[in-house]
Structures are given as structure tokens and as C-alpha cells.
Design a protein around this ligand. Structure first.
Ligand code: HH2
Length: 282
């Protein structure tokens, strides 16, 4: 399997790690850490040195209660950092984590290769055309509600089978993207761990991940340091959830995930490479 993106083709012949760069003052686990362009440059160099295959750069937190970011502010935070990442590491695709079409357009204009939309292109009516009119890849992540509520439990009502509802809603967005002209090989799907999902619901979608993989698109998971892990391990602080994160990522790999969005690249890289080698590299 492979994933076509704006500057090339990523073969999914091994687990691919996406290093998180949060340019937000208020992200749930690492908000406010990167205060300058130089801080961001160093963080990017580090995740790539640790083995990231993609760098995901975002400037709007989805933490419940976080203040939505105005488009001008999001552009001011994200565009220079993407430009710097592309210049310093031309071989590493950069993903922009945004739900706003204008931010996606300007990120693509300075060299981003992937649009990571945590609303699966629901929230900005121009996003579908923006992606269709580019050669970028897109991540369609399942969520419900707008940015301020999507990581809360406000919309966490599902039928008996959580994954069936997720598949139905993501399937609609996938059909919309394809109908607009986004080729299937450019689309990755993500169950949206912790987004409009209580702990048990996040576990249910991870358990059923093969059903998402059966759509035929690469599956991405973002479990890193999330609340459902703390509920199991009793690690109250996100930074103490690394071992739980690795457990979840390995379980997701076994169920078909090939793309892993993580804060701690090196330990996840090592764990997933070992799990992959035991599988015999397939
Ligand atoms: N999770 C977060 C943000 N973006 N993108 C994808 N594709 N999948 C995810 O699970 C995902 C995501 C939330 O985590 P983080 O960026 O660490 O926090 P915040 O939203 O507070 O910035």
C-alpha cells in the first residue's frame, strides 16, 4: 500500500510515524512549549532525527474549552514554521493540522504536502475544493461538532456499535472527497481517538480498526498521551502516558494502522519497528 501526497509517494511498507509539532499556547499535553521560530525549528529537527516520516504542524488546539483561533492568527503561527520545515528538510513531507481552507491553501503554497483535517472536511465548505484543486494528501479524521467541542463528550452518543457509526460518518466524507475529484490514493482515514468518544468508545474503535482498514485507504491513529490511556494506567499527566501510548499503537498496528501520530517519536519508532519485524514485515 502507498499514500500519494503533494511532494511524492509514501510507501506504507513499514509503520510510518508522524511527529507532532504543536504551535498552540494551550494544547492538552505540550501547549506553550514552542515560543519562537527557533524553538519550532529545533523541535522539527528533533522529531526527524528520532525517525519521524512526516511532521504535522498545527496551531489550533482541540482541547475542550480551548479558545478558537482566528484565521489570521493561525496563519501567523503556522506558515513560517511550515516554510522553515520544508526548507530544512526537503525530503520529509509536512502536514498542516487545520480545519480552515485558507490555512490549508497557504500551507500548501509554502510546501506542505498533506492536509490533516480533524473535521474530515466538515467544518469549512471550501476545504473539499481546496484539497481537490491541489495535489496534496488529506487525512479525514472522524469527529463531531466544532473545534471547541469535538474533543469533549457533548456528541458522544452512538448506537450499540460505535465503529458502525464512525464508518457511516467518515464514509460520507470520503464519498464527498472522491466525488469532488480527490483520488482515493491521496486519502488516509483516522477514527479520531478521543474525539466525541469516551474512553470505552475509543477502545471500541481501536478494537474494530480492521473494519476501517477495509475501506482500502491507509489508516492513521492519534492515540499519543490521550485521556483514555490515563484512565487505564492512572497516569494523570499526559507526559506520563508513553508506555500506554506504545501499547495502543502496537495494538493498532496489528489491526491495520500504518500511520501513527505521536509526541514521542523515538520510543514509538523502536516499538513499532520491533512489532513490525515480528510480523515479518507485512
Ligand atoms: N489528535 C489531535 C490533534 N490532531 N489529528 C489526527 N489526524 N488524529 C488525531 O488523533 C489528532 C489530530 C489532538 O492532540 P494534540 O495535537 O496533541 O492536542 P491539541 O488538539 O490540544 O493541540
Amino acid at each position: 500500500m502507498h499514500w500519494v501526497h503533494g511532494t511524492g509517494v509514501m510507501r506504507l511498507d513499514r509503520p510510518r510515524l508522524i511527529g507532532i509539532i504543536n504551535l498552540t499556547p494551550d494544547s492538552f499535553s505540550d501547549g506553550g512549549r514552542l515560543k519562537s521560530l527557533d524553538d519550532a525549528r529545533r523541535a522539527i529537527d528533533q522529531v526527524i532525527a528520532e525517525g519521524a516520516d512526516v511532521v504535522d504542524i498545527g496551531a489550533e488546539s482541540t482541547r475542550p474549552g480551548a479558545t478558537p483561533v482566528a484565521v489570521e492568527e493561525e496563519l501567523r503561527r503556522v506558515v513560517p514554521v511550515i516554510a522553515a520545515a520544508v526548507k530544512a528538510h526537503p525530503g520529509v513531507p509536512v502536514s498542516v493540522d487545520t480545519v480552515k481552507a485558507r490555512v490549508a491553501r497557504e500551507a500548501l503554497a509554502v510546501g506542505a504536502s498533506i492536509v490533516n483535517d480533524v473535521s474530515a472536511m466538515r467544518l469549512d465548505p471550501e476545504m473539499v475544493q481546496t484539497v481537490a484543486g491541489s495535489n496534496a494528501a488529506v487525512v479525514l479524521m472522524h469527529s463531531r461538532g466544532d473545534v471547541a467541542y469535538m474533543a469533549s463528550y457533548s456528541y458522544a452518543d452512538y448506537g450499540e456499535d460505535v465503529m458502525a457509526d464512525v464508518l457511516g460518518e467518515l464514509g460520507t466524507q470520503l464519498d464527498t472527497a472522491i466525488a469532488a475529484g480527490v483520488s482515493r490514493e491521496r486519502i488516509a482515514v483516522d477514527p479520531g481517538i478521543g474525539f466525541a468518544k469516551r474512553g470505552a468508545q475509543s477502545l471500541a474503535v481501536l478494537r474494530g480498526l480492521e473494519r476501517l482498514a477495509a475501506l482500502g485507504c491507509p489508516v492513521l491513529v492519534g492515540v499519543s498521551r490521550k485521556r483514555f490511556i490515563g484512565e487505564i494506567t492512572l497516569a494523570a499527566s499526559p507526559a506520563d502516558r508513553l508506555a500506554g501510548t506504545i501499547g495502543a499503537n502496537v495494538a493498532a498496528l496489528e489491526r491495520g494502522a500504518r500511520l501513527f501520530r505521536v509526541h514521542d517519536v523515538k520510543p514509538n519508532r523502536e516499538a513499532l519497528d520491533v512489532a513490525w519485524a515480528i510480523r515479518g514485515g507485512a
